[in-house]
Design a protein around this ligand. Structure first.
Ligand SMILES: *[C@@H]1O[C@H](CO)[C@@H](O)[C@H](O)[C@H]1NC(C)=O
Ligand SMILES: *[C@@H]1O[C@H](CO)[C@@H](O)[C@H](O)[C@H]1NC(C)=O
Ligand SMILES: *[C@@H]1O[C@H](CO)[C@@H](O)[C@H](O)[C@H]1NC(C)=O
Ligand SMILES: *[C@@H]1O[C@H](CO)[C@@H](O)[C@H](O)[C@H]1NC(C)=O
Ligand SMILES: [Zn+2]
Length: 415
């Protein structure tokens, strides 16, 4: 018996054993072909390269009181508020030689009431949510003995206020890097254009670099990409749709060692590609997990004595998708904030191939569920796979969908 056949029979056996206890397992017989595979190579091809050191910086920016319905559609009954304030992760990436450093996104500045352009000040003053920031990223670096002059580039995933920080707090030797089409859309800025969301001061005295993905064509999965450090450790990816010139990034966190048969690992920085996991999961490549009720923080009161009453399982989440008019095996929601929906969806679909790989940890800028699980700067995030961070948080968002899925499964209990 081949190992694959053997593991198939073992999982079949386990499945049969588990089924009678699975309260919501109505009709759960469909196949999960990718449960035990790491489809990196085929689905999300990444050329060889060296690794980078990566830290996830808590920019200290927090958005409170924004509602799921501001960001996601369709409305999921019972999911009326986010359970966590929205963080705004920034990333510090350094190549292995140690001569190249970049920041991907900057959160916001603490003195934003003075720092932002008047247009953004108006947005913040009239918004139904609140924004707060404790520190400039440049000061977080300094406090941890990282010299701001060692930062070669600030890469903006896009130029919304919760990502731009204040680049003018960095020395002039630090470049500001933006995505395709950005200059045409945003120049001239404030004060020349009094209504511009960004300010000329952000790039005065420094290089403002717009990435051209056609110059040295490179593919990472289905994305047009740029090898930013030139050594395969940090790629920028063309991921438009949310905003003009929106980019994501991919850093190699470990590279294959000659003596070991494991694959490279990566952190994929998602910017505002999505705001909630329900926009990207599940997918054809990553179906709702078997026994979904064990994969999110669902705590039934008497697990031993009674089937859980508030822990819907796999079939309930699929039924919820159908109830909402969605593909049962696709994302439950779509983004509502975009400049081009078709492009936004395409960028999400291209990222699903990365998200399907157990060697890629996809972290969007406002991925709240990772807080408390991942190590933050000044610690490194390179050992994320060994530490199991991705798997710990991957399905935790299902708790947001659980109230609605419970209701749907109650309706369908007759099966
Ligand atoms: C679930 O159904 C009950 C009864 O119909 C309803 O009152 C409640 O609002 C529903 N909750 C959700 C989250 O759909
Ligand atoms: C959600 O937030 C709104 C506005 O802050 C509040 O009125 C409402 O009670 C909250 N709903 C729940 C279920 O906590
Ligand atoms: C915001 O804070 C930074 C750093 O302290 C300072 O350089 C900058 O001038 C401030 N911006 C405004 C508009 O006050
Ligand atoms: C949106 O993007 C699609 C795909 O790139 C393109 O065909 C379409 O023209 C764009 N729509 C607008 C309004 O720019
Ligand atoms: Zn954002």
């Amino acid at each position: 018996m081949s190992p694959t056949t053997k593991s198939f029979f073992i999982s079949l056996l386990l499945n049969l054993l588990i089924q009678p206890f699975d309260a919501w397992a109505c009709g759960e017989h469909h196949h999960h072909p990718h449960d035990n595979e790491a489809p990196t190579k085929r689905l999300f091809d990444i050329p060889k390269g060296s690794s980078a050191r990566v830290s996830i910086i808590d920019s200290t920016a927090r958005l409170r009181g924004s509602r799921p319905s501001d960001l996601l559609t369709p409305y999921i009954p019972g999911f009326d508020n986010f359970s966590h304030p929205s963080p705004s992760w920034s990333f510090l990436v350094e190549n292995s030689k140690g001569d190249k450093r970049a920041l991907f996104d900057l959160g916001g500045p603490p003195n934003f009431t003075e720092s932002y352009s008047p247009a953004i000040q108006r947005v913040i003053q009239t918004a139904p949510w609140t924004f707060s920031v404790d520190k400039h990223v440049v000061d977080i670096l300094r406090e941890n003995r990282v010299n701001p002059a060692s930062i070669g580039s600030i890469v903006w995933s896009h130029s919304h206020f919760d990502h731009i920080g204040d680049p003018s707090t960095f020395p002039h030797s630090t470049d500001l890097v933006v995505g395709p089409g950005w200059k045409a859309a945003f120049l001239p800025a404030y004060p020349t254009d009094p209504d511009s969301p960004v300010k000329d001061a952000y790039w005065q005295g420094r290089n403002l670099v717009e990435i051209d993905f056609t110059k040295k064509p490179l593919k990472i999965g289905a994305f047009s990409a740029l090898d930013f450090f030139g050594d395969g450790s940090f790629y920028l990816l063309d991921a438009p749709g949310h905003s003009v010139g929106h980019m994501t990034a991919l850093a190699r966190t470990t590279s294959k060692r000659k003596d070991r048969d494991d694959q490279d690992t990566f952190i994929y920085m998602g910017g505002d590609l999505v705001h909630h996991a329900s926009e990207i999961r599940p997918s054809k490549l990553v179906p709702f997990p078997r026994n979904a009720e064990h994969k999110y923080p669902c705590r039934p009161t008497k697990p031993k004595t009674k089937p859980p009453t508030r822990c819907p399982g796999t079939e309930a989440f699929r039924a919820l998708n159908v109830e909402l008019g969605r593909d049962p095996d696709g994302p439950t929601t779509d983004p509502t904030l975009f400049v081009n929906f078709t492009q936004a969806k395409q960028s999400i679909e291209k990222t699903q191939a990365a998200d399907a790989s157990e060697n890629v940890f996809v972290i969007w800028a406002h991925y709240a569920e990772i807080e408390g699980t991942v190590d933050l700067f000044p610690k490194f995030a390179n050992d994320w796979k060994k530490k199991g961070w991705r798997d710990k948080v991957f399905w935790s968002y299902l708790m947001d969908l659980a109230p609605a899925a419970t209701n749907v499964s109650l309706l369908e209990k007759k099966c």
